[in-house]
Design a protein around this ligand. Structure first.
Ligand SMILES: Nc1ncnc2c1ncn2[C@@H]1O[C@H](COP(=O)(O)OP(=O)(O)OP(=O)(O)O)[C@@H](O)[C@H]1O
Length: 346
């Protein structure tokens, strides 16, 4: 587990202020936010790599705020692998571990277990130069796990990988998380990573936490304008897929193409959902529904219209002028339309 209590850090002009987080032992926690929000700094504070001004960091019931990195039993994995180029896969994984006679067997067993679990056994004598991106990241993961850490910190571990290896490492992370009692905390910019791996997530902005909650909840019910803008995809529905159709609580949605095999959600930006009073002419690739307006939220320059279609509530955007022109009110029957190509699958 990770508990962070009222943490403050000052580094140059940047401040990390009043961070409070409780992350359970078996969680896969995701940290999101725009560039420069302080996500890496928070991971580095947990690892003991940056000084803390005030507050507490507790890992697995132990206050580690003033402990050096090597006494925290934290593993950290970066986006760029950070492997030693002159050392083999095996030497990279075991680097820094002294083979005191007493521990030799245990370390060898751990190494064998990790080589096997991360499918690296056949590569153990290779240099990083001769590995693919996915293999390098698996080596970096094995090295971080060699200490059998209570907490594994992952700083955008998938972002340097091409889509094929991304999927491979995503599956590896899932497997590792399920098989070990280690708490995982991962920084990502990718909503697919967040949804497919995270139990809960936090969104950070300018050194503060804006929202903490279940990943789905953050997408569906952002608590601030900032989070809403950041996540963008306010229409997020769990779905089953059959070929190029998605079924979300009995609402059938046409997709532009077949989704990836592990897709579980459809997502739509509110600006892609058009509202009209008359049924739009249906054409191929267009989704049209009759619905009832359930709510109208003033957002300053525009209004967000909540419309119930079956058991789903779609959110769409509308200018003030159009709202009055169409005399949109709660309870009014309207039509919603969006292109198949506007539907994202995650
Ligand atoms: N050693 C340092 N000295 C001074 N300022 C620093 C130091 N390390 C980071 N910063 C500053 O702290 C802020 C937060 O950086 P951080 O790397 O944590 O952001 P981030 O949210 O991880 O961004 P990204 O998504 O781009 O990786 C930035 O403004 C950065 O310039």
């Amino acid at each position: 587990m990770i508990a962070i209590q009222n943490l403050h850090i000052a580094l140059g002009d940047f401040r990390l202020s009043g961070i409070d987080l409780e992350i359970g032992a078996n969680e896969f926690f995701v940290l999101m936010g725009p560039t420069g929000a302080g996500k890496t700094l928070l991971l580095e504070a947990i690892a003991g790599l940056v000084p803390v001004k005030s507050g507490k960091i507790i890992l697995n019931e132990k206050d580690v705020t003033r402990l050096p990195p090597e006494k925290r039993f934290v593993g950290i994995v970066y986006q760029d692998y950070a492997l030693f180029p002159h050392l083999t896969v095996e030497k990279n994984i075991t680097y820094g571990h002294r083979y005191a006679k007493r521990q030799k067997k245990a370390l060898e067993n751990r190494l064998d277990y990790l080589l096997d679990t991360l499918d690296l056994t056949h590569l153990q004598h290779r240099l990083p130069l001769n590995l693919s991106g996915g293999e390098r990241q698996r080596t970096a993961l094995a090295r971080a796990l060699m200490v059998n850490p209570g907490v594994l910190l992952l700083d955008e571990p998938l972002s340097a990988l091409d889509p094929h290896f991304r999927e491979e490492i995503r599956n590896t992370l899932k497997k590792l998380h399920t098989a070990s009692p280690t708490t995982f905390m991962m920084v990502t910019h990718d909503f697919v990573d967040a949804l497919s791996l995270g139990n809960r997530a936090a969104v950070m902005s300018r050194g503060r936490i804006e929202q903490v909650g279940r990943v789905e909840e953050i997408f569906q019910r952002p608590v601030s304008r900032f989070v809403a803008d950041f996540v963008g995809m306010k229409n997020l529905f769990r779905a089953n897929f059959v070929d190029t159709k998605a079924f979300a609580k009995s609402v059938e949605v046409t997709l532009a193409k077949k989704p990836a095999q592990d897709s579980r959600y459809i997502a739509l930006r509110p600006e892609d959902v058009a509202v009209s009073l008359n049924a739009p002419e249906s054409s191929g690739g267009k989704n049209c529904y009759k619905g009832t307006v359930m709510g109208i939220v003033d957002q300053g320059f525009s209004y967000e219209i909540h419309t119930a279609v079956g058991a789903l509530t779609f959110k769409s955007l509308m200018t003030k002028r159009l709202l009055f022109e169409l005399s949109i009110k709660e309870g009014k029957e309207v039509y919603l339309a969006f292109d198949a190509s506007a539907v994202h699958t995650l």
